[in-house]
Design a protein around this ligand. Sequence first.
Ligand code: THU
Length: 119
Amino acid sequence: MDARTNAYAPYSGFTVGAAVQTKSGAVFTGCNVENASYGATICAERAALAAAVAAGERELVALVVASGAKSPTPPCGICRQCLAELTPSLPIRSYTGGARAEYDLSSLLPDAFGRDQLD
Ligand code: THU
């Protein structure tokens, strides 16, 4: 929720914060960063993922998403694909207000395309 306060969402008005915890115990946060070229928008989940990787951390153990939606929201398809690159069965929690939902990435993105298919 703290990360969400830094979201840049002048077009949608939908602010999102995310945090990933890595195997070391460190937590990396992100928020959505929109762009006048709408498709260039970065979601909060991918921003948090990029922060972890930039810090040299690639083993994700959990992801939390926070938004102001009516009910807890799961990550979008692009974020599912990006998160699955490092941790295909990542546990995910989503919060909005007092409500919470839990997911496992492998259920959200079954039969994911991955690096094995490139061999
Ligand atoms: N968004 C996220 O940051 N994460 C999600 O899980 C869903 C969508 C952002 C993208 C865009 O800035 C805004 O929310 C509306 O789609």
